[in-house]
Design a protein around this ligand. Structure first.
Ligand SMILES: [Zn+2]
Length: 83
C-alpha cells in the first residue's frame, strides 16, 4: 500500500513518513540539511535516528547519493543531530 508522503531512507532503505526523516538537499553546489523541508534542490532522506545517521557518516552515504564529495561540514552537522 502506498502511503502519502513516504520516503525511503538512503541508509536502511525502508520507507517512512517524511516527517520522521531528515532531508538533505543539494542545490547547485550547496549541500545542506533541510530543517524546514522547503529548500529547493534535489533531496535525499535519512532516518532521524542514531543508527542511520552514524552509518551515513561512517560510510559517507551522501557522497554516493549526490555523486560528489560532500563537505565534512555536512557530516558534522549530521553528527550534531545525534550528540
Ligand atoms: Zn534509515
Amino acid at each position: 500500500m502506498h502511503i502519502k508522503n513516504e520516503r525511503r531512507c538512503l541508509v536502511c532503505k525502508q520507507n517512512f513518513q517524511k516527517k520522521d526523516l531528515l532531508r538533505i538537499v543539494k542545490y547547485l553546489d550547496d549541500i545542506s540539511i533541510d530543517d524546514t523541508n522547503k529548500k529547493n534542490g534535489r533531496g535525499v532522506y535519512l532516518c532521524n535516528n542514531k543508527e542511520c545517521i552514524s552509518k551515513c557518516i561512517q560510510k559517507k552515504y551522501l557522497n554516493k547519493s549526490f555523486s560528489c564529495a560532500v563537505p565534512d561540514s555536512v557530516y558534522e552537522a549530521l553528527r550534531c543531530k545525534i550528540e
